[in-house]
Design a protein around this ligand. Structure first.
Ligand SMILES: [Zn+2]
Length: 136
């Protein structure tokens, strides 16, 4: 499936933060997003509004949850992230650097490229952090 909505790096960070928190019983609020991302509340509000307008995020009684589309996008980003950092660490890049650099690419790279890299790597089951790579 092709992805036509482009995210900025900050939007990506916000989406991943909310997606990572989805398993918790406590959905994030705006103030927590601002604190976690190290930005001011008005900036966080703009970020949230942009993600809502892109159909990725829902605001329910002050709580922030990913829409179905946002969950899909989150899954793609996480998969790409893990594949890219696996590729880098297998080629001698330090894990912390690979993880940091992967954040710059995981929301931009297209799925075809990720799948090619994944296959070339021999379909790894997990990333260097030991987290599962889900094939989308
Ligand atoms: Zn990582």
């Amino acid at each position: 499936m092709s992805n036509t909505i482009t995210l900025t790096r900050k939007e990506r960070d916000c989406l991943v933060l909310i997606g990572d928190n989805a398993a918790s019983d406590f959905p994030l609020r705006l103030v927590e997003v601002a604190n976690s991302l190290g930005i001011k509340s008005p900036t966080a509000l703009n970020l949230v509004k942009r993600l809502v307008s892109k159909g990725m995020l829902l605001r329910e009684h002050g709580m922030l949850v990913l829409s179905a589309e946002g969950k899909e996008e989150y899954g793609r980003i996480i998969e790409s992230h893990r594949v890219i950092e696996t590729m880098m660490t297998r080629n001698g890049v330090d894990l912390a650097d690979a993880c940091r650099l992967s954040c710059n690419l995981d929301f931009i790279i297209d799925e075809t490229a990720v799948n090619s890299i994944f296959n070339q790597l021999g379909k790894p089951k997990s990333c260097p952090h030991g987290k599962k790579i889900e094939v989308i």
